[in-house]
Design a protein around this ligand. Structure first.
Ligand code: FES
Length: 173
């Protein structure tokens, strides 16, 4: 047999193997992208921001922190859930209201108001804040985070948002 007329079987087989692998990869990739997107997207999706009424300003006493609920309805596909965050409102002597995030700026624990001492205290690492949110003790790197708020028709409206903990600057998450 002449060498030049032989069929290059090995070369053709490896060509088909490569084409099959390429097609399989394309199919696998096209299936993987939507699946990964479906699994990851809820974690990446931010909760929508909304101005929500948290109560009447007439019900907030002066110079006494008031715990209020920021409740909003969250729709995720077919599911509707109620999300509630506790916030603190302080009405100053001049009637101005400051609203504080419930999250300690140190590492994100919840803090409470100690009526006797008239201080906000975080149980996690001992950060202490006064009525104006200033750091009085502990490792907190910045004052309590204030939340955007406004008054409309006697109602206190709040825009809930969260900030990165552990930084000296207030950086929105
Ligand atoms: S989280 Fe509040 S003091 Fe550390």
């Amino acid at each position: 047999m002449e060498e030049g007329l032989s069929t290059p079987v090995g070369t053709r087989r490896s060509f088909f193997v490569k084409v099959t692998m390429l097609i399989s990869s394309v199919i696998g990739f096209s299936l993987a992208v939507p699946i990964v997107g479906y699994l990851v997207s809820p974690a990446l999706r931010r909760q929508p921001k909304a101005w929500i009424s948290v109560g009447k300003i007439a019900d907030i006493p002066s110079n006494e922190p008031t715990a209020l609920d920021y409740s909003m309805t969250v729709k995720d596909g077919w599911q509707t859930t109620q999300s509630t965050k506790g916030i603190w409102a302080v009405k100053q002597d001049d009637g101005q209201i400051t609203v504080y995030s419930p999250i300690c700026p140190h590492l994100g624990c919840g803090y409470r108001w100690e009526t006797q001492e008239r201080l906000f205290k975080c149980p996690c690492h001992g950060s202490v804040y006064d009525l104006k949110g200033n750091v009085k003790a502990g490792p907190a790197p910045r004052p309590l985070d204030t939340l955007p708020s406004k008054v409309k028709n006697g109602e206190l409206l709040v825009l809930y948002q969260e900030y990165k903990s552990g930084l000296s600057e207030k950086v929105e998450l």
